[in-house]
Design a protein around this ligand. Structure first.
Ligand SMILES: [Fe+2]
Ligand SMILES: [Fe+2]
Length: 186
């Protein structure tokens, strides 16, 4: 069992129900690899995604949204593989995780990580967890960078569940973000 003691658990039953939903993802080797990708200050991508998923689950209960959709979309919203920030841990992973650093040439703003990773995340989520995907999860993952999504083809989020994932992601990201200046670089 993973150590999830970093989560603030106010209601044990909610935590148990959330855990049941995310169990197959936590056990996935591909999801485990996100432990080696840096996200923001002092946390891995895995860590960030687990926190966003739990927060999205609790917000779904509060705002009467679909908990399963919020949980899964929260967990996979950053399931991209091309790391945006180089750390030596990337050497332990396959080459595909370092592609941004091997071939960093990008010209258009919308090709940079902040704009492109939601599409990459959904593509990878569909590849590794196809049976869990649906229209709401796709919408939440692809538009989680709102308002930046307004500059891409995807535009406005369509569902309450998408807004919940966006909110949970923003809360966790801005709490931890100390590298804003690097954010649009890749
Ligand atoms: Fe993201
Ligand atoms: Fe995120």
């Amino acid at each position: 069992m993973e150590d999830l003691s970093f989560l603030t658990i106010k209601n044990k039953r909610n935590f148990t129900n959330w855990l049941k939903i995310i169990k197959p993802f936590l056990e996935s080797k591909e999801f485990q690899r996100r432990k080696l990708l840096f996200h923001h200050e002092n946390q891995s991508l895995w860590h960030h995604c687990v926190k966003v998923s739990f927060m999205a689950y609790e917000l779904a209960l509060k705002y009467h949204a679909d908990e399963k959709t919020c949980t899964i979309a929260g967990l996979l919203h950053d399931f991209y593989e091309k790391a945006w920030y180089y750390t030596p841990d990337l050497e332990k992973l396959q080459k595909r995780f370092k592609e941004n650093f091997i071939n960093p040439k990008k010209t258009k703003l919308t090709q940079k990580h902040a704009f492109s990773h939601p599409y990459e995340a959904y593509k990878k989520a569909s590849q590794y967890f196809p049976t869990y995907m649906n229209e709401k999860i796709k919408d939440a993952i692809e538009k989680h960078m709102f308002p930046l999504s307004l500059l891409t083809k995807e535009k406005w989020p369509h569902y309450k569940e998408s807004w919940i994932v966006i909110l949970a992601d923003k809360i966790d990201s801005f709490t931890n973000l100390q590298h804003q200046k690097n954010f649009l670089n890749i």
